[in-house]
Design a protein around this ligand. Structure first.
Ligand code: NAP
Length: 289
């Protein structure tokens, strides 16, 4: 049974897509997908929809029954999106969370494009080498769960996860244990004195311009530091990285656009170019500051 077979009439106009979350007002996804569609000459509608918690599943199923072509899912529904789907990609399964839903013959398919987006931004856009690097990930929430498998696929040499609630970091390390790359989870202070080539801030501390509890680490000569959060001005973590002479520092705007491009590709089979969209968003962000 396909999602369109489950009842309701397909009455959505043309190719309709949306992002579901709560809150949703801040979402830049409509702007990004509109830019992709313009670039590729596609006629489509993409809306940001605030969904109440008790109506998430019914709203998702209703959207696809009415002919919706694809959904992005954001906080706090990524885990529930994964649980709702009929088929789940390995990235979404390992993360236990999905940010993209695609209607297919076999039913609703869940994917997690966050980690792919991050890796694409670091490797392709920023030119950072990931293979063989010693990586530290700070945080153990939903976003970090989504980025670990893609990072491991890039064959980092070692992956250490630290979190202020250390038990969550340990749990993630166990979940992502694998024969090829050593994965360790611990409290921030447990890595004091160690040296890293790649440091990713996956906490939400930057949203309130705070610095998460950070270990007293050393940055290698070509250490790259990435904050999943993006802002008009460098975040507290980016400032901390620059003060320690990180070789390169970036925020998560490129990841946001790249995860959207992966979603667009999954829905429509065409991969939009992202560089112009990232620079336009950056300019708009700076202008709004
Ligand atoms: P989440 O599930 O709520 O997890 C938040 C994480 O941050 C937890 O590990 C939490 O630690 C930690 N944390 C929060 N405040 C902290 C503080 N003051 N000091 C130290 N640790 C702190 O959130 P999420 O979904 O993982 O999202 C994390 C961030 O990634 C968000 O800010 C989000 O905007 C960003 N993000 C960006 C993109 C992108 O495309 N650029 C995509 C996804 C997410 P505890 O476990 O101890 O509570």
């Amino acid at each position: 049974m396909t999602v369109q077979d489950r009842g309701q009439q397909a009455d959505l106009p043309g190719d309709t897509y949306a992002v579901f979350g709560n809150p949703i007002k801040h979402s830049k996804s409509p702007q990004i997908h509109k830019a992709f569609a313009q670039q590729l000459g596609d006629a489509l509608t993409y809306r940001a929809v605030r969904v109440e918690s008790d109506a998430f599943e019914s709203t998702v199923l209703g959207f696809f029954q009415r002919g919706g072509r694809g959904l992005n899912i954001t906080v706090p529904f990524k885990e529930r999106a994964c649980a709702l789907a009929d088929t789940v990609s390995s990235a979404a399964e390992q993360a236990g969370a999905a940010n993209c839903l695609v209607p297919r013959e076999a039913g609703l398919h869940a994917e997690n494009t966050d980690g792919l987006g991050l890796v694409k931004d670091m490797a392709a856009n920023l030119g950072w080498q990931l293979q063989g690097r010693r990586a530290l990930v700070i945080g153990a929430g939903g976003a970090v769960r989504g980025i670990l498998q893609p990072l491991l696929q890039e064959r980092v040499a070692e992956l250490i996860i630290v979190n202020r609630t250390a038990s969550r970091a340990l749990e993630l390390a166990q979940r992502f244990d694998n024969p090829s790359t050593a994965v360790r989870g611990c409290a921030p202070a447990d890595v004091d004195g160690e040296t890293f080539d790649l440091v990713i801030n996956g906490t939400s501390a930057s949203l309130s311009d705070d610095l998460p509890e950070l270990p007293d680490i050393k940055l290698s000569a070509r250490c790259c530091c990435y904050d999943l959060v993006y802002a008009a001005a460098p975040t507290a973590f980016m400032q901390w990285s620059a003060a320690r002479a990180a070789w390169a520092v970036a925020d998560g705007l490129g990841m946001l656009v790249e995860q959207a491009a992966e979603s667009y590709y999954l829905w429509r089979g065409q991969r939009p170019a992202t560089d112009g969209v990232i620079s336009d968003l950056r300019a708009a962000l700076l202008a709004s500051a």
